[in-house]
Design a protein around this ligand. Structure first.
Ligand SMILES: [Zn+2]
Length: 317
């Protein structure tokens, strides 16, 4: 019995849902760490409707995901595990890559990842008490190259900002962009605030995506204010990109407002709680305190908060 299965949300079930022709969404839980009702991980299985070309998976989830989600999904579409040609990691974050090893073992598939995130797979990691051994990708993808995936041509689009080697996969004909975590809108309910270590690169990524003229975005999580992972239609894509820009424009000021509401200084925990309440949550989202701490240099550089003191408290600038 898989404790991370939730039939109500089709999370962790291994039941593939065809969200666009030949593109199946497989949902995985973010448990045990971050299993909040509004959020999950969406993997995408690309399938050739004529069954001539082999299927390809986008992102691998956790170590358990091969057995609980991917292999059952392949089976329900009439494929044995060995049919899977490759898994493409949109970037090197654990929920997108930690399943690579088990998936390789179960299916024999290749592992492909964007060039600038590839070296990170060399580092040993840990998930839920399990060691994730270092890995080597079979192919390092570079900007602009065209991939024949499940009988369709997909272009590799560089989308840095969330991570240096984040990539999108762009089907020009169907105007569909699979975008991993590269477009954060107003962030997931796990995060509360966007994860953007490189804000200049992110701004360039937003411009690049706007120029594509996408009619469909397929991010890897539901990013608020959207509640699913299929952003369907030009108008919704525009609304999504507006949400990305709005977060970037408003977020530093929101931190300042939250700090002032707390009397001008606060612990990270108190600031996260206030900020997330102001953003419509019942309290701090699970990752917000950690994200605020890592964003602190950015907020100091923007003149929102004073440089940290030895107590770790935040003070309004
Ligand atoms: Zn990520």
């Amino acid at each position: 019995m898989n404790p991370y299965r939730d039939d109500a949300r089709n999370v962790g079930t291994g039941v593939p849902i065809e969200v666009l022709p030949g593109i199946y969404e497989l949902r995985e839980s973010l448990g045990p760490g971050f299993d909040v009702p509004e959020c999950w991980l969406s993997l995408y299985l690309l399938v050739d409707p004529t069954h001539h070309a082999p299927p390809v998976l986008i992102d691998s989830g956790w170590p358990r995901t091969a057995a609980t989600v991917v292999v059952p999904a392949l089976a329900s579409l009439g494929y044995g595990p060995e049919a899977l040609m490759a898994v493409i990691n949109t970037h090197n974050h654990g929920d997108h890559t930690h399943g690579n090893g088990r998936l390789r073992a179960a299916t024999g598939c290749d592992v492909w990842i964007g060039d600038a995130d590839a070296d990170g797979l060399d580092r040993e990691a840990e998930f839920d008490g399990e060691v994730i051994p270092p890995d080597r990708p079979d192919r390092r993808l570079v900007a602009g190259e065209e991939l024949d995936l499940a009988g369709r041509i997909w272009e590799v689009v560089p989308m840095p900002g969330h991570s240096p080697g984040s990539i999108g996969l762009w089907d020009r004909e169907a105007r569909t962009l699979i975008c991993g975590d590269a477009l954060q809108a107003q962030a997931t309910a796990v995060q509360g605030i966007a994860i953007i270590p490189d804000r200049d690169a992110y701004a360039a990524t937003l411009n690049r995506v706007a120029a594509l003229g996408a009619a469909h975005l397929l991010p890897a999580h539901p990013y608020a204010p959207f509640t699913t992972c299929h952003i369907d239609g030009e108008a919704e894509v525009a609304r999504y990109l507006d949400a990305c820009h709005a977060h970037e424009a408003a977020y530093p000021g929101e931190v300042g407002t939250a700090l002032r509401a707390l009397g001008g200084s606060a612990t990270t925990a108190a600031l996260a709680d206030r900020l997330c309440r102001d953003r419509g949550y019942a309290g701090a989202c699970p990752l917000t305190p950690r994200l605020l701490d890592s964003d602190r240099p950015h907020l100091e550089a923007r003149g929102i908060v004073r440089p940290g003191d030895s107590t770790g408290h935040w003070h309004i600038a």
